[in-house]
Design a protein. Structure first.
Length: 474
């Protein structure tokens, strides 16, 4: 462990003479009228914070804690003191005072801090560190969507047992205030659907493909060059990141524990320039969507939850269609509130740090006031239905023979599977002949079975592409 003492936010900005009390029991025994004492000029015990991680997001958290130290004190009623920062390689952080840095995250968490802020990502060691904090009664602010999507129940149970807070606004959609409205503002309503763009990398790629007509590989290279895609973009482009976020959104919206493994997932790597052209012909564009729905369960007669992530064609008139570049947007439907849309920067160091600081202020205020924030709400415990039973619509592009009877052969297969056709269009002649079919809503299993059967027809040379369709019926 390379640090030996706590350092206040004021000290980071160069005020080495700044001194603040550092004894935990003073913080725990402080009365709720700390704000009045600050206004009266009396010193108030600080809220001591441990930061786990100082990368893109963590460095901005440190910057904002320093820049806004006085404002944060006024908003909370007590100053924030940064007790230490756990990193793997202290020598890579020359702008941070050396006495703040440590490689021993467990010791920092156990050092008697009031709040642990975690921005290191991944499952371990984040899981062990946060469980240790929560079990000790230390409140946690995290931006870790993968951890919450896989081990959220364990974390919430630890928080409930000790009375600690667990806040995670930054885990989904960056700076966009989304989770707190779902947890609190809409707590008295019945949410029926949450659908949105929750990954900036994939949205940048698909927006560029739509704008320029370029193929997937070209736009991925451009996204990497501009810093929108990671060196290994798999988690983004194959939908893993969006699936974790969808699990969190569904858990909150429907008061049901949903994990990442419950989410049906497809990425965008198979989307082609031809798919974009086909979407434009229908007055649509393609977005990678996270779709969480509360739907009737035909087996039980009650409600169930369907959660999926996949590319989909949506009407250009839909609010999500105009969300370009690396921006995120989430469309929420509720019984009483109606349709709501949340839009903004869904990733990046500064936007995500903004959400982290918002949670930090909320948790610190709870501590000053002697209360705590909302707990996990999983009382509904609705079944999560598989994608096979979810009602969807398909856009199917077929390479077919140019001869009489092709359309009737294809249509008869759809009819045999009780899949109704909404739009059919035949294009080209000879070796370039193609057939485009857009269906009405049907169970996904029936649609898949239909496509498999069509692929085996003698008149069909190739199934060129299959894309789900969302939004208004054509």
């Amino acid at each position: 462990m390379t640090h030996s003492r706590s350092t206040s936010a004021a000290a980071i900005s160069g005020n080495r003479d700044a001194t603040r009390p550092q004894v935990r029991d003073q913080a725990e025994n402080a009365s709720p009228d700390a704000t009045d004492r600050v206004n009266a000029g009396e010193a108030a015990p600080p809220i001591r914070v441990a930061l786990l991680g100082c990368g893109t997001v963590g460095s901005h958290v440190v910057r904002l804690l320093t820049k806004q130290a006085d404002d944060l004190t006024a908003r909370i009623g007590r100053p924030i003191e940064l007790a230490g920062i756990a990193v793997r390689r202290p020598n890579r952080h020359p702008d941070v005072p050396a006495e703040l840095l440590t490689t021993d995250g467990a010791a920092l968490v156990a050092s008697g801090v009031d709040i642990v802020v975690e921005v290191i990502g991944g499952i371990e060691p984040a899981r062990a560190l946060l469980l240790g904090a929560l079990r000790a009664g230390t409140s946690v602010v995290t931006a870790n969507k993968a951890l919450l999507a896989e081990h959220g129940a364990e974390l919430f149970s630890a928080a409930d047992a000790s009375g600690a807070d667990l806040y995670f606004e930054a885990a989904v959609a960056g700076a966009i205030p989304l989770l707190r409205p779902l947890r609190e503002s809409l707590a008295g309503d019945r949410i029926t659907k949450v659908m949105g763009i929750v990954n900036g990398t994939t949205n940048f790629i698909l927006s560029a493909m739509d704008d320029t007509g370029a193929n997937y590989g070209e736009t991925l290279e451009e996204a990497s060059r501009l810093g929108y895609a990671e060196a290994d973009p798999t988690a983004d482009v194959e939908g893993y990141d969006a699936a974790s976020k969808a699990a969190i959104l569904a858990s909150i919206a429907f008061h049901t524990r949903v994990t990442a493994s419950d989410v049906y997932r497809e990425g965008i790597s198979a989307v082609t320039a031809a798919d974009m052209t086909a979407a434009k012909a229908l007055g649509r564009t393609i977005k990678l969507l996270a779709i969480c729905e509360r739907v009737g369960d035909p087996d039980s007669g009650g409600d169930s939850v369907a959660v999926r992530v996949h590319p989909a064609m949506i009407p250009r008139t839909h609010p999500l269609a105009g969300v370009g570049g690396a921006f995120n947007a989430v469309f929420v439907e509720a019984d009483a509130a109606g349709a709501l849309m949340f839009y903004g920067r869904g990733a990046g160091g500064a936007p995500t740090a903004s959400a982290v600081l918002g949670d930090l202020v909320a948790v610190a205020r709870n501590r000053v006031a002697g209360g705590y924030g909302p707990r996990e709400s999983a009382y509904a415990d609705l079944p999560v239905r598989p994608i096979a039973t979810a009602n969807t619509r398909y856009h199917v592009s077929l390479d077919v023979d140019d001869r009489a009877g092709v359309l009737s052969s294809v249509a008869s297969v759809f009819a045999d599977h009780d899949v109704s056709i909404a739009v059919v269009r035949q294009e080209g002649r000879g070796s370039d002949a193609s057939l485009v079919v857009v269906t009405h809503a049907a169970p996904d299993a029936a649609l898949r079975s239909t496509v498999d059967k069509v692929a085996g027809l003698p008149v069909v040379r190739k199934v060129v592409s299959v894309m789900r369709v969302e939004g208004d019926e054509p």
